[in-house]
Ligand binder design. Structure first.
Ligand code: MV4
Length: 499
C-alpha cells in the first residue's frame, strides 16, 4: 500500500479523498493556495502546505511546486481529484519520473484519452459504438464538405484537444460549414494549442449517460453501471442520477461490458468514465474522463463500492476488491450540485461569507461539502460548494427525499442554486424521467417555477420577521424552511420514471 498521499486539489473533493485516506490509515497531505488558508480541507488534512498565490496557475496547477511538496513531506503518492492536474499527461509523467505514484491512469493512457480523435479511433478498434463521423481530423474545406455531406446535416465540429463542450460548433447546412470550420479551428488553436478538429453527426437532444469503470494493474476491468447526467447548463452538470431512467438491465449489462472491455483493451488503470450520448435507444461513445468525477457518489450509493478507496488500492498495485459478477445495484441515487451562484441573475458566481449553514441529514442523505458556518467562499475557483446526494429504494423515494433534504438545507449569506433544484424536483418532466441534454433550455417554465418557490419562502420569512432578530435568527430560518416544505408538491405525486 502507498504510505502517504498528497492531495493536489481543494474543496469538497480534497476532503472526499482524505476521508478515504483516513479510513485506510494513510496520512494525508494538503496543498493549498493563499486564498484557501481557512478552507475546511486544509484543516482536515494531517498536514498542509501553502503552494502559492490564489490563481490556480500559480498554485494548484504548478506541477513543480506540487511535486516538491510531495518529496519534502515524504508523500509517495498524489491524488489529483478532478479538474486541475487530474488528466494532465505531463503531470502524470513528472510523477512517474520522480517515482511518486500518480493515482490515476498512466501518462500514456491520459495522452491517448486527451486526444479526442485518437480516443475515438481506439474505441472503434475496441468495439465501442461511436457517433457517425470521421476517425481523422478534418482541415481542408472541400474535403470536409464531402465528409459532412456523407454523414448528413446537421453535423458538429469539435476540437480534438478539447472535451467538455468547449469550442464545439453545430452546423445546420453546407452554407454554414466554411465559417464553422474556421471558427472551431481558431478556438481549438487558442484554447488547446492544437488546430485539429473533427466532425460528427449532430444528435439533437440526446441523453448524456456515462459508465463508471475501474481497471487495476493486473489487467482486470469492471463497470459499476451508468449515471445519467442530462441535466446540465453551459456544459456544467447540475443534477446526476444512477441508474438512468432510460437504461434497462439488459442494456446496462451489454454497454457495461463493452465499456469494461475497452478499458481492458487500452490497459486502463484506475477509475474512469466512458461518456455516451443516448438517442433512440442507442449508445454512441463521446469521450473518456480519465479521473474520478464530481458525480461519483451516486454510483457509490447504489453499488456500495468506495470508488476513491478502489483508486488508492489500484495505485498500490492491489487487485480490484470486487468482481464484476459481485456488483449489485440497489435502489436509486440522485445528486444535486450546490453552487454559490445567483439563480435569478443568470447563475453568476456569488462568492462571499456564509453567515449561517445547516446541512440536511437523516436516512439516505449524503452531503459532500467543503464549507462551514462563517467560511468565506473565495472568488478564484469554481462555484461548487457542496454536493447533496440522496438514496431511495426507487426513483420516487429518491425524489421525495431530495425535496425534503433541499428544504432542510440552510445556507445564508451567499446565494445558491438550491431554489433551482427545488423547482427541478417538482418539474413533471423530471419526475417522469423525460430527460435530455437540452432539458433546461426546453423547460421554459423552470425559472418562473423557481421564482415562485423563492417568493413563497420570502413571504414566510416576512410572516416570521418578528423571530428574525438577534440570536433567534438561525432558529427562525429553520422554522421558515420547515414551513416552506409544506408548500411543496404533496407526497405520492412523483412516479418512477421507469428503469
Ligand atoms: C455532441 C452533441 C450532439 N451530437 N456530439 C457536449 C459536451 C461534450 N462532452 C459533448 N457535447 C455534445 N456532443 C454529437 N455528435 C451534443 C453535445 C452537447 C452540446 C454541444 C454543443 C453545445 C451545447 C451542448 C449541450 C449539450 C450537449
Amino acid at each position: 500500500m502507498v504510505n502517504k498521499i498528497l492531495i493536489a486539489n481543494r474543496g469538497e473533493i480534497a476532503i472526499r479523498v482524505m476521508r478515504a485516506c483516513r479510513e485506510m490509515g494513510i496520512p494525508s497531505v494538503a496543498v493549498y493556495s493563499e486564498a484557501d488558508k481557512e478552507a475546511l480541507f486544509v484543516n482536515y488534512a494531517d498536514e498542509a502546505h501553502c503552494i502559492g498565490p490564489p490563481p490556480a496557475t500559480a498554485s494548484y496547477l504548478n506541477i513543480q511546486k506540487v511535486i516538491e511538496v510531495a518529496k519534502e513531506s515524504g508523500a509517495d503518492a498524489i491524488h489529483p481529484g478532478y479538474g486541475f492536474l487530474s488528466e494532465n499527461p505531463k503531470f502524470a509523467r513528472a510523477c512517474e519520473e520522480e517515482e511518486i505514484k500518480f493515482i490515476g491512469p498512466s501518462s500514456r493512457v491520459l495522452k491517448l484519452m486527451g486526444d479526442k480523435v485518437a480516443a475515438r479511433r481506439e474505441m472503434v478498434r475496441a468495439g465501442v459504438p461511436v457517433v457517425p463521423g470521421t476517425d481523422e481530423c478534418v482541415a481542408e474545406f472541400e474535403k470536409t464538405k464531402d465528409i459532412a455531406k456523407e454523414i448528413g446535416y446537421p453535423v458538429i465540429i469539435k476540437p480534438s484537444g478539447g472535451g467538455g463542450g468547449i469550442g464545439m460548433t453545430i452546423v445546420a447546412n453546407e452554407g454554414e460549414l466554411a465559417k464553422a470550420l474556421e471558427s472551431t479551428q481558431a478556438i481549438a488553436t487558442t484554447t488547446f494549442g492544437l488546430c485539429d478538429v473533427y466532425i460528427e453527426k449532430y444528435l439533437s437532444n440526446p441523453r448524456h449517460i456515462e459508465f463508471q469503470l475501474l481497471g487495476d494493474s493486473k489487467g482486470n476491468a469492471i463497470h459499476l453501471g451508468e449515471r445519467e447526467c442530462s441535466i446540465q447548463r453551459r456544459h456544467q452538470k447540475l443534477i446526476e442520477e444512477s441508474p438512468s431512467p432510460a437504461v434497462t438491465p439488459a442494456m446496462r449489462i451489454k454497454m457495461g461490458e463493452i465499456a469494461a472491455n475497452a478499458a481492458r483493451y487500452v490497459g486502463y488503470e484506475g477509475a474512469g468514465t466512458m461518456e455516451f450520448l443516448f438517442s433512440d435507444g442507442k449508445f454512441y461513445f463521446l469521450e473518456v474522463n480519465a479521473r474520478v468525477q464530481v458525480e461519483h457518489p451516486v454510483t457509490e450509493m447504489v453499488t456500495g463500492v468506495d470508488i476513491v478507496i478502489e483508486q488508492i488500492r489500484i495505485a498500490s498495485g492491489l487487485p480490484l476488491s470486487i468482481k464484476q459478477e459481485e456488483v449489485r445495484w440497489n435502489g436509486w441515487a440522485i445528486e444535486c450540485r450546490i453552487n454559490a451562484e445567483d439563480p435569478l441573475n443568470d447563475f453568476v458566481p456569488t462568492p462571499g461569507k456564509i453567515k449561517s449553514y445547516h446541512s440536511p441529514g437523516g436516512i439516505g442523505i449524503r452531503v459532500d461539502s467543503g464549507v462551514y458556518t462563517h467560511y468565506t467562499v473565495p472568488p478564484f475557483y469554481d462555484s461548487l460548494i457542496s454536493k447533496l446526494i440522496v438514496w431511495g429504494r426507487d426513483r420516487n423515494e429518491a425524489i421525495m427525499r431530495m425535496r425534503r433534504a433541499l428544504y432542510e438545507y440552510i445556507i445564508v449569506g451567499v446565494k445558491t442554486n438550491i431554489p433551482f433544484h427545488k423547482a427541478v424536483m417538482e418539474n413533471p418532466r423530471f419526475v417522469k424521467g423525460e430527460l435530455g441534454t437540452h432539458y433546461i433550455e426546453r423547460e421554459t417554465t423552470l425559472i418562473n417555477d423557481m421564482r415562485r418557490i423563492m417568493e413563497r419562502e420570502k413571504s414566510l420569512e416576512e410572516r416570521l420577521s418578528h423571530l428574525l432578530e438577534g440570536k433567534k435568527r438561525i432558529a427562525a430560518i429553520a422554522a421558515v424552511t420547515a414551513l416552506a416544505r409544506t408548500y411543496g408538491v404533496p407526497y405520492g405525486q412523483s412516479t418512477n420514471g421507469g428503469g
